[in-house]
Design a binder for this molecule. Structure first.
Ligand SMILES: Nc1nc2c(c(=O)[nH]1)N[C@H]1C(S)=C(S)[C@@H](COP(=O)(O)OP(=O)(O)OC[C@H]3O[C@@H](n4cnc5c(=O)[nH]c(N)nc54)[C@H](O)[C@@H]3O)O[C@H]1N2
Ligand SMILES: Nc1nc2c(c(=O)[nH]1)N[C@H]1C(S)=C(S)[C@@H](COP(=O)(O)OP(=O)(O)OC[C@H]3O[C@@H](n4cnc5c(=O)[nH]c(N)nc54)[C@H](O)[C@@H]3O)O[C@H]1N2
Ligand code: SF4
Ligand SMILES: [Mo]
Length: 868
């Protein structure tokens, strides 16, 4: 058994993993104590990677028109269709839509093939949906897309401000680092988010602002800093250019009272934050999708950077604006220039750059202008102008705004290629050619995390079936199209060396991104490469890669979202759950990760729910100008009134409801083209159903004929939540496997309880009620794994004959500890800290992702005790 050091498959924290292969496609996962991003820590998703590396659901061989095909045939088909389309309609009639989940080597080949050889810049990436506003904001302010921060800054900061970031769930290891900074050095924490998330639980101040009012908040802060005398005059003079009238305009409407009104915040809270900010020069302001995913995203980014530039809080230890990235290789994609609006290696389409890259690639026909950005790209596909599309490592039928239109586009496109490691996704259903890509655990190359650290991802297993690395697939197609010399790569190392050489080619210090020292790295050194951060401490010398060496303040205006959004009674906000990753193609395979949230919820303020006649647990239909979908209502005071929140994860593969992707409007930021996923006009109504129920079974059909269903992995099978109208008995017929049946059908009340036994074990059970309660799901889930079936009486009752404690919903996925168990222990053993709960129950002592939830339970239990 050997331990291989690699990088986590998921988020932009980029944690190092020490993986020990223990058998055929079996691996033990631990945090890599040597990796600078995590120093041995992992969150729940990283910890449970081992549950996602099996062959279940994998695409194992190429397919043409739904039939298995050889690689030769598939490559020839793709090359021929692309070449024919280009010959007939020109280079802009084809496109690639790629992803921050590709390795840098894959990304480099995709970008070179499209921009340098096909001759179009129609290659865009899901990073458009993710951090293109940050890219545009950095470029406006600094002249180059550089993230001027590192995780070490968090260790040194006295104040950490999280804006539009649910760090506790989405970047948990960074959150743990922030918690350590608080515990060890008393660093202050401020969270700015319209929702009260678990990230807020430990904050000194939570500013629950009106969505889309961040520009006002930051301008108010800048005005306060000026009035408090904390601007850095020397830095402003030497290193920062301000547009005409910038400071004069700040005098108007940015006082505390106007700002508090614009943001719908208590003035005292706002003042407390402003004063805290003024007092602490070592400030890191970390932001993510609450800022980027807005029709004002780029201005919001610049509003934050303006404050940091004006107070000189940049290029110094513990002081930086920090755009934290989502995907494992979002940053690598930026480094190769994989967006339609960039060319390559941090160069844009300025004529001299086009010339530089043309010479370096010896490119026959290089793109000389930006291509179509994601939302426009799919519009052009829909309108028939883009006629051949290759989608890699992303699921746009779910994740683009107005996913309904995206599906029409995919259906209308004459030629769609999908490269994915999973066989059946909402997007691959539209593919003419499906290409099996290497998955995590097989891939070998580099990724760059949020803080510019480049790490190796290393293969743990042989390639599954006939799967191939993405770079290999594209290289074969490029060769088949006639560019064998330019795509003669034999390994990822060949590509990495070329990428490193391009970063330094005719650079001469113009661009910070320069990893030229790796231009001749040996295969051996590439294999042994240790994580390293490029760019040192950017801007430490006060010089910026912009005209005159100066950064720029950008004049930004707060404008209400109503300017562009139609008026509907509610606003829909969308985002992530702690233990699921995007469209669930991988985390959805893990029963443990699926315990945290088993259904897609619409989180609603209790007063809004009351006004709509909605009770906790009801089904609600959420409608927007774009579409509608059904969710389980969860009433919570964490929401502001008038705003609801739904998760992005559920797809057609797991549900008929919960389809958030259908809801957002395809409205984008004018500078970046990033969609405004966080604010969509919406309304809701209670969904009338006659019965509700659930199915627990070892295997379940793909689609289920009821008004509402969602399915998740549990133990040895699936849990399907159901609701509908009509006779549930027909459902029993459609859903239950063959076998011996134990059943009660209550004709009068219309309820139904059926368990199916096969070889002495329970293989499925269906419970439906019109009015009553449903049994506890946990006991029944355990019956799927039990060697002997429980008695008929027990199965029909849905519980054990000997009373058992109800653990409640699982909080700690690592040790299977439920909420009720934790609350009981807190109350009876008077536990007052997360550590004490850990000592008593082990909860929270492995990955730590549930620590914020435990902390919240301690608080609530204490409060309840006082009330009593
Ligand atoms: N568990 C998990 N982790 C992930 C991912 C995942 O799928 N699952 N995905 C990864 C990826 S690709 C990304 S991009 C990141 C995203 O990481 P985050 O950006 O932290 O996650 P989100 O849940 O999309 O949104 C963050 C917060 O923005 C808030 N927000 C909404 N509108 C506004 C506003 O107008 N102003 C402010 N200030 N805040 C607002 C929302 O209420 C939400 O709590 O997570 C990464 N990590
Ligand atoms: N409403 C709403 N929509 C959103 C967001 C939001 O907050 N709200 N967030 C947006 C953001 S920030 C993001 S990043 C996107 C994410 O959205 P997507 O990128 O569409 O989501 P994933 O599920 O990560 O899709 C990745 C696909 O690539 C496959 N895959 C994984 N690894 C590889 C590989 O190495 N090679 C290949 N070829 N395939 C691979 C996976 O099986 C999966 O099918 O969603 C965006 N959409
Ligand atoms: S924080 Fe979690 S998901 Fe992100 S890289 Fe680390 S272990 Fe992976
Ligand atoms: Mo993202």
């Amino acid at each position: 058994m050997k331990t291989i050091r690699t990088t986590c498959a998921y988020c932009g924290v980029g944690c190092g993993i020490a993986a020990t292969v223990t058998g055929e496609r079996q691996v033990t996962i631990a945090g890599d104590p040597e990796h600078p991003a995590n120093r041995g820590r992992l969150c729940s998703k990283g910890t449970h990677l081992g549950e996602t590396v099996g062959l279940q659901g994998r695409l194992l061989h190429p397919e043409i028109a739904g039939k298995r095909a050889s690689w030769d045939k598939a490559i020839r088909q793709v090359a021929r269709k692309f070449a024919d389309t280009i010959a007939r309609y020109g280079p802009d009639s084809v496109a690639f839509y790629v992803s921050g989940q590709l390795l840098t080597e894959d990304y480099y080949v995709a970008n070179k093939l499209m921009k340098g050889f096909i001759g179009s810049a129609n290659i865009d990436t899901n990073s458009r949906l993710c951090m293109s506003s940050a890219v545009a904001g950095h470029t406006r302010a600094f002249g180059e897309d550089v993230v001027p921060a590192s995780y070490e800054d968090l260790d040194q900061a006295d104040l950490i401000v999280l804006v539009g970031s649910n760090t506790a769930w989405c970047h948990p290891v960074v959150y743990q680092r922030i918690m350590a900074a608080r515990a060890e050095r008393g660093a202050k924490l401020v969270v700015i988010d319209p929702r009260r998330t678990e990230t807020c639980d430990e904050a000194d101040i939570h500013l629950q602002l009106r969505p889309g009012s961040d520009v006002a908040l930051m301008k108010g802060l800048l005005a306060h800093c000026r009035d408090a005398g904390v601007l850095d005059a020397a830095f402003l003079d030497a290193s920062v250019a301000a547009p005409e009238g910038f400071w004069e305009a700040l005098g108007e409407g940015n006082d505390l009272w106007s700002t508090a009104a614009a943001c719908d915040l208590p003035p005292a809270d706002l003042r407390a934050f402003y004063e805290l900010f003024a007092r602490h020069p070592r400030t890191v302001t970390m932001f993510s999708q609450g800022i980027n995913q807005s029709v004002r995203g780029t201005d919001q980014v610049n509003a934050i950077i303006n404050v940091h530039l004006a107070t000189g809080r940049i290029g110094k230890p513990g002081a930086a604006p920090f755009s934290i990235t989502g995907q494992p290789n979002a940053m690598g994609g930026r480094e190769v220039g994989g967006l339609a609006s960039t060319l390559a290696a941090h160069m844009d389409f300025a004529p001299e750059n086009v010339d530089t890259v043309r010479r370096f690639w010896a490119a026959p026909r290089i793109a000389d202008k930006p291509g179509l950005k994601a939302v426009d790209l799919f519009r052009q596909v829909r309108e028939g102008r883009v006629k051949a599309l290759w989608v890699m490592a992303t699921n746009p039928a779910v994740s683009l705004p107005d996913a309904g239109l995206v599906r029409e586009a995919l259906a209308a496109c004459p030629f769609v290629v999908v490269s994915d490691c999973i066989a059946d996704t909402d997007t691959s259903r539209f593919a003419h050619v499906k290409l099996p890509a290497a998955g995590w655990g097989e891939k070998d190359g580099t990724v760059t995390n949020s803080e510019r650290t480049i790490s190796r991802q290393r293969a743990l297993f042989p390639l599954a079936g006939e799967a191939k690395p993405d770079w290999w697939i594209m290289t074969q197609v490029a060769r088949e199209m006639g560019w064998a010399d330019a795509f003669g790569y034999e390994s990822g190392a060949d590509i990495y060396r070329e990428h490193a050489r391009l970063s330094t080619y005719q650079n001469g210090g113009k661009r910070l991104f320069d990893i030229g020292e790796h231009g001749a790295i040996t295969n051996c050194d590439y294999d042994a490469m240790e994580p390293f951060r490029w760019g040192g401490t950017p801007f430490a010398d006060g010089r910026f890669p912009a005209p005159g060496g100066k950064a720029r303040l950008v004049a930004v205006e707060q404008r209400p979202l109503d300017d562009v959004l139609p008026k509907w009674p509610l606003t829909l906000n969308t985002g992530r759950y702690r233990d699921q990753w995007h469209t669930m193609t991988r985390t959805g395979l893990s029963p443990r990760l699926s315990q945290h949230r088993r259904e897609p919820l619409a989180e609603i303020h209790p007063k809004d729910a009351e006004a709509h006649g909605i009770a906790d647990g009801d089904l609600v239909r959420v409608s927007t100008p774009q579409g509608e979908s059904v969710f389980r209502a969860a009433l919570t005071e964490s929401q502001r009134r008038g705003e609801i929140f739904t998760p992005i994860h559920w797809t057609d593969r797991q549900s008929s409801g919960g389809r958030t992707g259908l809801l957002p409007q395809p409205l984008v930021d004018p500078h970046s083209g990033q969609p405004g996923f966080k604010a969509t006009p919406a309304r809701m109504e209670k969904l009338a159903v006659e019965w509700r129920g659930f199915l627990i079974a070892r295997s379940v059909p793909d689609s289920i004929p009821t008004a509402y269903f969602t399915k998740v992995r549990v133990g040895e099978g699936w849990l399907v939540e159901l609701a509908g109208t009509g006779d549930p008995a027909t459902l029993a017929k459609a859903l239950l496997p063959k076998g011996e049946r134990v059943e009660i059908i209550d004709g009068g009340l219309g309820g139904l309880r059926v368990a199916v036994l096969a070889e002495g074990r329970m293989s499925a059970a269906l419970y439906v009620t019109r009015t009553g309660r449903l049994p506890d799901r946990e006991w029944l889930i355990a019956q799927l794994a039990a060697a002997d079936a429980a008695s008929s009486v027990e199965l029909l009752a849905g519980r054990s004959a000997t009373p058992q404690p109800d653990r409640g919903p699982i909080v700690c996925a690592c040790f299977d500890v439920g909420m009720n168990t934790i609350v009981e222990a807190i109350a009876s053993q008077r536990l007052v800290s997360v550590e004490a709960v850990g000592a008593a129950l082990s909860a929270g002592t492995n990955c730590g992702s549930c620590k914020p939830a435990i902390r919240r339970l301690i608080g609530e239990t204490k409060e309840a005790a006082h009330v009593r």
